[in-house]
Ligand binder design. Structure first.
Ligand SMILES: [Zn+2]
Length: 186
C-alpha cells in the first residue's frame, strides 16, 4: 500500500537526505487498522525525473506485524508508478497545450495527455468538492488547461493527498475496467 507523507522538503533535499530523512512512525496500520507500531522494512529505490534534473531516491517501507502487509511511504512530489514528478507532468501538459512546446518525448507527452483527458470528469468532481463554482470551458483542451491550472494553484501536496484519499484510482492511473480496482499496493 502507498501512504503519502509530507516530508516538508522538496525533491533535491529529499534526495540529499536519503535514508537519513525523517521518516514517519506509524502506530496504526492503514490496511488492517491494528494498533501496533509498524516496523521498518528497508527501502527500495526509485528514479525520479524533475524538469531540471533526475534523482534516484530511497522509498521507506514499513511492515505491519499483524497483517504482514507492507506500506510504502511516498513523498508528495511523486505519483505511484510514475518517474516524472507531479509538477513536471503538469508543466509538460500546460506547456504543450498553451505553446506547443515539448518538454519530453512526444510519445510520453501523448501518454500523459491521454490519461488526463480520461480523468476530466473525476478532476471536475474533485475541483467542485474543493469548493470551486467557476464555470469551466466546454472545449476539452481548454477545460483541461483550466483544471490543471487550478490544481497547480492548490499546491501539489494538497492535491496529491486529497486526491489519493478520495479517489479509487490515483491521478494519472489507468482507468478502471470491469469494476476492478487499480491496485494501490506495490
Ligand atoms: Zn496491518
Amino acid at each position: 500500500m502507498v501512504y503519502y507523507h509530507d516530508f516538508l522538503v522538496e525533491l533535491p533535499r529529499y534526495a540529499t537526505l536519503g535514508k537519513a530523512n525523517d521518516f514517519p512512525i506509524m502506530e496504526c496500520c492503514p490496511i488492517c487498522r491494528a494498533k501496533n507500531r509498524l516496523q521498518r522494512h528497508g527501502f527500495y529505490e526509485r528514479n525520479v525525473i524533475a524538469e531540471e534534473c533526475s534523482f534516484r531516491i530511497p522509498i521507506c517501507r514499513l511492515l505491519c506485524p499483524d497483517c504482514g502487509r507492507t506500506v510504502s511511504i511516498l513523498p508528495m512530489f511523486l505519483l505511484p508508478y510514475f518517474q516524472y514528478t507531479v509538477d513536471f507532468i503538469l508543466r509538460i501538459l500546460l506547456v504543450f497545450w498553451m505553446t506547443c512546446g515539448c518538454l519530453c518525448t512526444r510519445q510520453l507527452r501523448r501518454f500523459y495527455e491521454k490519461r488526463v483527458f480520461g480523468k476530466l470528469t473525476e478532476m471536475e468532481l474533485f475541483i467542485r468538492e474543493e469548493g470551486c463554482l467557476e464555470i469551466l470551458p466546454n472545449i476539452r483542451k481548454e477545460k483541461a488547461i483550466k483544471m490543471v491550472q487550478m490544481i497547480q494553484a492548490l499546491g501539489k501536496a494538497t492535491f496529491v493527498r486529497r486526491w489519493w484519499r478520495h479517489r479509487i484510482s490515483s491521478f494519472m492511473a489507468a482507468p478502471l475496467y470491469h469494476g476492478t480496482r487499480v491496485a494501490k499496493t506495490e
